[in-house]
Design a binder for this molecule. Structure first.
Ligand SMILES: [Zn+2]
Length: 167
């Protein structure tokens, strides 16, 4: 008989303890491959798509993707888990591009988003990384458990909306 704990089945309830890092990666607008992290990077496509798009219509630019490393906990254990773009959007409630532009206006948005999300409960489906070099489990799906949960961007807009009126 194989024992299946809740965790092995991939679904369990977690408290988000801390957002460790919030990164916005630049990614190919066609295939989502992340682009090399070089300064003044104006590439729209990765080197693979670049070859194939001879016409190279530069109308669209690269897009950004979330990469968020979070510390989550149950009553018995603590894990560091990587949230890729789809999972991170549940937490932030917007695209990484939108958050980037919001952060340009409000430089502390990422830090405040982390504060807002700390202590929230989520049901998360975790999976082992496909890439052997990756160290952290990844959150495949994230579902907020608190009925009044608001994604970070909504709370941030309220927060900065109030601030803007007084300054
Ligand atoms: Zn590409």
């Amino acid at each position: 008989m194989v024992l299946r704990t809740e965790e092995e089945s991939g679904q369990t309830q977690w408290i988000l303890q801390r957002i460790i890092t919030t990164r916005l990666l630049e990614a190919c607008s066609l295939c989502d491959r992340t682009l090399p992290d070089t300064p003044n990077n104006n590439n729209t496509f990765c080197k693979f798509c670049h070859k194939n798009s001879a016409s190279s219509s530069s109308s669209s630019s690269y897009k950004r993707l979330f990469r968020i490393l979070v510390s989550i906990a149950t009553d018995t254990k603590v894990l560091n888990v990587m949230c890729f773009d789809r999972a991170a959007r549940v937490l932030f409630g917007c695209s990484a591009d939108d958050f980037f532009h919001f952060s340009k206006l409000h430089p502390f948005a990422a830090a405040n988003a982390a504060k807002i999300l700390e202590g929230e409960m989520f049901r998360m489906t975790l999976s082992k990384p496909k890439n052997g070099n990756a160290q952290n489990l990844r959150a495949v799906s994230v579902v907020p458990l608190r009925s009044g949960f608001k994604p970070a961007i909504e709370s941030l807009k309220e927060f900065y909306g109030v601030k803007a009126a007084t300054s």
